[in-house]
Design a protein. Structure first.
Length: 372
């Protein structure tokens, strides 16, 4: 089945009890036992498992082409679940540029467990090779990365990881399974902040981890979900499943808008630099062409001047909303350096744009007047 069809039909059936077409929302926290003490439908209590979360997990596993999916209450909880597989003495390689919260987890939480962490520029495979150790158990990548949209060669990383049997986990939040298929390049886990494109409407939080194969590690991730308890509510799962039906079309339309916006900014003298993998002068453009069918809907732009000029441009925007997060139908703008704190490597004049579903001409007109 093609991905658009899966997005609509995966894990959906006409409700046998009522013939309802819309999937039911099961809010029940507990499930009846049979007289013999068994659970006839496999569900006992809402935290370990429930039908609405199962439907979402099954849909995501199918969209990603993975063997299993485990959903969490946030993207941050999903990345922590992967890190829970690590033990004292293990070594992790992480990206120098990624969602700053993931870097913070590795630095402030994981490092405290007796796990050593090296941050490298994962766009340069030699740097990864250079710090690979016999005890390297995990290589974490994020591609395209936040906020400079850097591209990491997933297959190249997977080849290096094989040498020590390390697992490769890819934060695929910016691309989604519509624009990037990490399992086809050898990744072991794909991680998402479902709060972004999966939810797609800036009204629900969630996280997901998809495993390529069912093995000890995927079983531990499922057990960790119930034991650590960072589970999404059935309503949040239902909302995300609902939004997934339109994901392929939203991603393509938002990416097409982003390309138009990026080309406009690229040609504008008031702009110092544009980061968008679809632009020919982007350092990861060739890799993006090989690894992605389209280039995504995030565009970062360095405005001429410094932080005050960038902030002022954001302040004049009318259609772009000044807000954090991304992936919704409405376009957002954010001065990332001020969110990421004083030690951020992000340029002070960088604005990150999350391109939505508005008409690209209106978005360009707004940027044009804001840059004056
Ligand atoms: N990964 C990426 C690329 C993100 O942009 C974010 C959030 O901004 C996260 C992970 C964390 O996700 P959440 O905010 O759902 O915990």
């Amino acid at each position: 089945m093609k991905i658009e069809t899966l997005a609509v039909h995966a894990a959906r059936e006409i409700d046998p009890a009522t013939a309802a077409i819309a999937p039911p929302l099961h809010l029940s926290t507990t499930f009846e036992r049979s007289p013999d003490g068994s659970y006839p439908h496999g569900y006992s209590y809402i935290r370990p498992d429930n039908p609405t979360r199962r439907a979402l997990e099954s849909t995501l596993a199918q969209l990603e082409g993975g063997a299993d999916c485990v959903c969490y209450s946030s993207g941050a909880a999903a990345s922590m679940a992967v890190f829970s597989l690590l033990a004292p003495g293990d070594h992790v390689i992480g990206p120098r540029e990624c969602y700053y919260g993931t870097r913070q987890q590795l630095r402030e939480v994981v490092a405290g467990w007796g796990v050593s962490v090296d941050f490298v520029d994962t766009t340069d495979l030699q740097q990864i090779e250079g710090c690979l150790r016999a005890n390297t158990r995990l290589i974490w990548i994020e591609t395209p990365s936040n906020p400079s949209l850097r591209l990491t060669d997933i297959a190249g990383v997977a080849r290096i990881a094989q040498r020590t049997g390390a697992r490769v986990a890819c934060d695929n939040t910016f691309a989604t399974p519509i624009l990037q298929r990490p399992f086809e390049h050898g990744a072991h886990f794909v991680m998402y902040s479902s709060t972004k494109y999966f939810g797609g409407h800036s009204d629900v939080m969630g996280g997901a981890l998809v495993a390529r194969v069912k093995d000890d590690a995927s079983a531990k991730l499922r057990s960790y979900q119930a034991v650590a308890g960072a589970v999404p509510s059935p309503f949040d799962c239902w909302l995300i499943r609902r939004s997934l039906s339109t994901l392929p079309y939203r991603m393509r339309a938002q990416a097409a808008n982003a390309m138009k916006v990026a080309r406009f900014l690229h040609a504008d003298q008031r702009v110092e630099r544009v980061f968008y993998p679809g632009l020919e002068d982007h350092p990861g453009h060739e890799l993006a062409q090989r690894q992605m069918p389209d280039f995504g809907a995030m565009v970062s732009v360095c405005v001429r001047g410094g932080a005050p000029e960038a902030m002022a441009a954001a302040g004049r925007m009318q259609l772009f909303t000044r807000a954090t997060s991304l992936g919704g139908v409405e376009s957002l703008v954010e001065h990332r350096a001020s969110v990421e704190g004083p030690d951020t490597p992000t340029p002070q004049n960088l604005l990150r744009l999350s391109i939505g579903l508005e008409n690209a001409e209106d978005l360009i007109a707004d940027l044009d007047q804001a840059l004056q």
